[in-house]
Design a binder for this molecule. Structure first.
Ligand SMILES: [Zn+2]
Length: 342
């Protein structure tokens, strides 16, 4: 239809102009997981909507680590039209510098082998195409997906309706056996990290999942700042894990404390400063705490093996960063408190 063509033509011109003008620094990134659980995505061996949420969360976490302001523009359950408009409108209203939409692809009912990873952009030679190329290269190098490159499509809603650089990321194919094997082996966290590194061109710390399972309440003053502050044991975990630490502190001669399972002032006062190079059961307690808090990068570095190596330092640094502490990778009193805090 004629009118419609003119309309799209104008839209395209508008978009092209904006992208050519865009060379400002990227600070604000809007990220969404594709589709929703009502207007579902592709299904193969894995389910697109389920998995793209995991990758999306990891992308957001690592982009924040890289220093960007990030807005999650993933919609809740809604019909397919609302679904696409929601993310784009939210991104537009926020003054977004870069829009990323995370998807998984599907081409066949079943596929034996590898199909790979790709990004879609509105047009070649654009800023989004440059960033997309970095993402594709980094993800394929780091994760091992077959590289399908950057692809151009000016008809996709999220690309044509956004006025900022926009990229649709097709993580891999959900029906391809080899893609899914790699996806499961490397995991959503590593893929999110590789995507964020592609965007930021920074080496990021592989780390924890976002650890807070209950919402944080930033308005609530921390116990330390309250006039009648709570005791450490009240805000710390208690039980067997604490008992094991107390026992080690006693047997290794750091203190003579009650092994009562409460992480309080007396326990904290005898906790030694622990850093890279340390070995033993106290290091093991620290590592177990990191793992329980969700700092799972340790698993690929020997787990709670009692050896304080590079992987433990990285995990400690991530904890410190998340808790607003001095990021030095050394377990001093404040880090001890953060480790055992509920
Ligand atoms: Zn999709």
């Amino acid at each position: 239809m004629k009118v419609r063509n003119i309309f799209y033509c104008l839209l395209n011109l508008n978009k092209r102009k904006k992208e050519l003008e865009m060379s400002k620094e990227i600070r604000k990134i809007a990220v969404r997981g594709g589709h929703n659980f009502q207007a579902t995505g592709a299904r193969g061996i894995i389910d697109e909507t389920t998995e793209d949420r995991k990758v999306k969360d990891a992308v957001i976490k690592y982009l924040r680590q890289a220093g960007y302001e990030v807005l999650d523009v993933t919609p809740g359950n809604c019909d397919v039209n609302t679904d696409l408009a929601y993310g784009v409108n939210k991104a537009e209203n926020w003054g977004t510098d870069l829009f990323l939409s995370i998807h998984f692809d599907k081409a066949y009912d079943k596929y034996e082998g590898a199909l790979g990873h790709a990004c879609w952009v509105y047009r070649s030679g654009s800023e989004s195409a440059d960033i997309a190329q970095n993402i594709v290269n980094n993800v394929c190098n780091e994760i091992g997906f077959k590289n399908r490159g950057v692809r151009v499509n000016s008809s996709l809603y999220e690309l044509r309706k956004t006025t900022m650089p926009a990229i649709i990321i097709e993580t891999c194919f959900c029906e391809a056996t080899e893609d899914v094997r790699i996806y499961k082996e490397k995991g959503a966290d590593a893929i999110g990290k590789a995507i964020a590194e592609g965007v930021s061109k920074k080496q990021l710390d592989s780390s924890d999942k976002v650890e807070e399972t209950s919402p944080v309440k930033p308005s609530k003053p921390s116990p330390e700042s309250k006039p009648q502050g709570k005791n450490i044991w009240e805000v710390s975990i208690q039980g067997e894990e604490v008992k094991r630490l107390q026992h080690q502190l006693n047997v290794q001669g750091y203190g003579d404390i009650k092994e009562d399972g409460y992480f309080g002032e007396s326990t904290l006062s005898v906790c030694p400063t622990v850093r890279e190079g340390a070995r033993g059961n106290i290091t093991k307690c620290i590592q177990q705490r990191l793992l329980n808090r969700g700092y799972t990068s340790l698993k690929s570095n020997g787990g709670a093996d009692g050896v304080f190596g590079r992987g433990t330092t990285i995990a400690i640094k991530n904890l410190q960063r998340n808790k607003g502490l001095n990021v030095d990778g050394i377990v001093g009193k404040n880090t001890w408190k953060a480790l055992y805090r509920k």
